[in-house]
Design a binder for this molecule. Sequence first.
Ligand SMILES: [Zn+2]
Length: 470
Amino acid sequence: MSVLIKGGRVITAADDYVGDVYAEDERITLIGESLDVQADRVIDAAGKYVFPGLVDPHTHLDMPFGGTVTIDDFESGHVSAAFGGTTTHVDFCIQPQGTSFGDALEQWHAKREGKAIIDNGFHMAVTDLRDGGSLEELASLPEQGVTSYKLFMAYKGALMVDDETLFRTMQVAADTGALVMVHAENGDAIDVLVKEALAAGHTEPKYHALTRPPETEGEATNRAIQLARVAGCNLYVVHVSCRESVEPIALAREKGWDVWGETCTQYLFVDCSYLERPDFEGAKYVYTPPPRAKENQEVLWGAVRGDVLSAISTDHCAFLWNGQKTLGRDDFSKIPNGGPGIENRLHMIHEFGVRAGRVSLNRMVELLATNPAKLFGLYPKKGTIAVGSDADLVVFDPERKVTLSAATHHSKVDYNLFEGTEVTGTPEVVLRRGEILMEGDELVAKPGSGRFVRRARFGEELTSRAAAVM
Ligand SMILES: [Zn+2]
């Protein structure tokens, strides 16, 4: 199967030119001006942008949480991703406490079997180094292409690890070259605040944010940075939501330390007032860290523009409002934490980042595709348009207007965080390894065609860049 994408405006993190892209047998083999080649399929991209397929480094498909399971599995989640231009994601394999890492991985591989449409890798979320996985087993994961370890510093009594587990994992990562990812919030302090709020009869969704103040995120971010320095590992802080955690990351990067961070689409748009929407609508915005005071949004835009934060992910973790979020109708702490977003990252960042003049097209591609690919061992196979790279491509119509809505999105979830938002620009054709996944409004790909990707160890390019700064 060969595909020729003709006359599009090809945009990578570094380049911007009009040309043809030719792919054969899953990979890009030729790029040039007016290529004189035959192809099984020719796509006219005149007037369109051609982006590399986007990489989402942070998603939770088919994940048990709070007595329920996220509503999107690897099929519906992947269809939703494809319609948003995402062709690769890295999902969290969560080690059930008392379970070995091998058994956990086996469970997560089974979830994607026969369902996957886009390509994916797994991070290992370490929850237990005492009765489940051992340090030796943890050290062996990179050989299986699982090259990042995630730790939760919050969710006490469930996923949270203590500092010993965090630090021991960091030491293993320093040896194996894996990247350590942290959910940075002080879970002990939050647990006290939640108990106090409930004892005082405060049960509404807005208390989700009031019991997780931004200082608890700032404290944990700084703690993780300092411990990573002692252990000598590379650190990536997930879902940075506020000034209190942007500042320690900015300081670390200024010093040339091996620290990176991401924010997620929703933190740039949804603020804490959404939690006060009446009739339990506020529960739709219960995710963690919580939506913050609005002034944090410009801090985050500044951080993604200035490379304090290197990526924008979605943290897609979808629960039905009606039937799942409602588990916490009388107790905000029982509302499953998570929000949807895998489909609308490009729509939102293109509209309010690029079109609003906050980031360039190149920087958008870097934040949504190239940097996640580099940080998570996928580059240059994924995350760019180059000869030899996988033919993961998005033909994007920058003129077409769409309205984001639960009525038209492809996730199974019954609401959209950006309901009613009008944007100009949407994917027209999305290809994964040269195969068309979606075209116009039609799904083309078949479940089971997505592949598990064994990721490389933490990228040397970024390590040497950080070293050069020191
Ligand atoms: Zn998450």
